[in-house]
Every structure is written in structure tokens, then in C-alpha cells.
Design a protein around this ligand. Sequence first.
Ligand code: ATP
Length: 353
Amino acid sequence: MDNSYKIKLENVTKEYDLFRTKSDKLKNFFNIGKVDVPHFWSLKGISLAIKPGETFGIIGVNGSGKSTISNIISGIIPQTTGTVDVRGDTSIIAIGAGLKKNLTGAENIRLKGLMQGLTIKEIDDVRDSIIDFADIGTFINQPVKDYSSGMRSRLGFAIAVHINPDIMIIDEALSVGDDTFYQKCVDKIMEFKKQGKTILFVSHSLSQVKMICDRVAWMHFGELREVGDTDEVISHYRQFSSSFKKKTAKERKKYQQDKKRQQIEFSIDGYQQSLINDQVEVGVEVKQAEKNIQKRMYGQVLPDKMSIATRMVVIIAILAFIFFAMVNVSGHSITKSLESPSTLIHPVQHKVR
Ligand SMILES: Nc1ncnc2c1ncn2[C@@H]1O[C@H](COP(=O)(O)OP(=O)(O)OP(=O)(O)O)[C@@H](O)[C@H]1O
């Protein structure tokens, strides 16, 4: 096994269908009729590898795809194409991520612990420590929906660091909470770093990224613009930000609109072809290159639309369900209903004595 990485993404894309109505979404799912839906590519083919024990940062402007990556790595959402290889348990800390709002804080601790494979005894052992770290006092027995965003984030952070994950994913979770809590979180992250855990750190705060991360990826409108040494990438990102700020409001708007348009017009087939061409250029035979890239892009993902065979099975299952429901309501036997289906609309009359 290749031990040079803990997390590896190859040619990962994420497409969102921008449905206008719920019925459009349903029609599209069952593959009925042609619904013309605009698409938006939140990730346009990301490949990166995070080494074991590395603290890896992701920076970028709003909407550049940072959370999409962290959610795909933590398994919250699936990628549209590409291969994702995560070697170990992940625990994501994002504002409110993974907390069930109708459960109390204490119930959430138990649920997350069980989901992470801890025994009841192990959960009970860390319970007080979590409550202490989160510092939410008697609120621990209140439903999480009644918590402030800061309390939710503190509880999420406290649970995540106590269930001892292999890989920690921290998505903007340090931006809420007071200075004392912030320092506690930083200390915990540093402790994890020392223990050699792999950390993915998504943040807008360049100073936090600089302090914590060994390497950084700069995401830009769905593309990986640069990956490398923290100081170097941050310095390039700062240069971009300051020259962007010097543009007029009209120029800034145009730049953003052009980038978003490119995310709508992105062609997945064109991207696939460019990957095949890259392989052919280095000497791989065309048929083999097509096979390799097909496997890399679609080998791990389920089709988001139903195939004809699946559609047939679903339709037969629905018809069978309706038939048995009608048999039940009509009061006739299954054999009689099969012999003479019209009896289904004439229920058995029971004589009243
Ligand atoms: N469910 C969705 N449906 C449609 N578009 C979405 C959906 N989720 C995210 N997007 C779009 O994908 C793009 C990337 O979003 P993402 O949340 O990954 O960005 P981000 O870099 O984390 O942004 P921020 O810094 O604001 O948190 C954005 O343009 C966003 O509008």
C-alpha cells in the first residue's frame, strides 16, 4: 500500500443541478422527459494528496469550493466524478456539522460517540470532559436547536476532539467563540499535531492558517490555483487580494461573473478528454488511456440518474405495492384478485345481522 498520503483526491468534480421546482427534481431523478436544468460546477477537477501527519490548509475567496472539498473528504456529500481515498476515520468540525438539532447536547455526545465506534463506557468516560471543554453548563440537557451558533460550534469542537479521530477536519470552526475558547482549540490542534494526526484546516483567517498549517491549497472558483508551502501560497493569495481590491467595483463584478459563467459552462466531457490526451502524450495507448480515465472518473461514483433496468424495477415495485394495498382494502383473496382484477374495485360486502 502506498503510505505516502492519508487523503488523496484525483480529478474530483462536484456538480450541482440548479432545479427551479421540486417537480423538475423528481422528473430528473426518474429520468422522465427532458428537464433543462442549469448546472453549476462547484469543483472543476481537483487532484491533491495530503500526507500523514500533515496540517493542510485550504484558503480562497467565498464560494471557491473549500467546504465542498471538506464535505466530500468527510463523506457528507458525494463527488460527481473522481476518486477520493481517505485512509482513516474522519471527524469534521464545522459550525453545527453533524449535530442533530432536536437532540440534547448529551444525546448528541452519545450519538456521535456511537457513530464513531466508541462503546457506551468509552463515551461515559469522556462525557464530562466534553461538557467541560464546551463550557455549556446546564444547557447540555437542552435541545441543540436552542443553542446559539457559538455554543453549537463549541460542542461540535469538543465532541470532535474527544472521540480521537485519525483525521480532523476543521471548517471555519474557530471563527466563533471568545478568545479563551479559541486558545483552547488552538492548544488542542497543536496537541493533535504533536501526536502526528492529519488535520485539514479550512479558514478565511490567513493568520490562523499561517500559524497552524504545513502546506496550503488555494481554491479559486472551483479550481486548485496553487498548492505548496504555507508562506509562499499565502503571499501569492495576498498579492491577488490586494490587486483585486484595487480594481473598480465594475471590474470586480465582471471578473466574478466571468468566473461563475465558466463554472456553469464547464464541460465534463471536455475535461475527461483533456485527461485522456495527457496520458496519450506520455505514451499510453489511446484505448488504455480511455479505460484508465473512465475508471478514475467514474469507478467510485454511483450514477445520479436511474438506468432503464432500475426504473423498471422501481415501477414494478410500485405497481405491486398498489396491487397488494388494493387487495387488502377490497377484502378479496390474492388468487381471486389475480383471476379477476375488476373485483378489486368491488369490496367484499359483510352482511350485518
Ligand atoms: N447545494 C448547493 N446547490 C447549489 N450550489 C451550491 C450548493 N452548495 C454549494 N454550492 C455552490 O458551490 C460553490 C462552492 O461552495 P462552498 O461552500 O464550497 O464554498 P466556500 O469556499 O466554502 O465558501 P465560503 O468561504 O463562503 O464558506 C458556491 O458557489 C456555492 O454557491
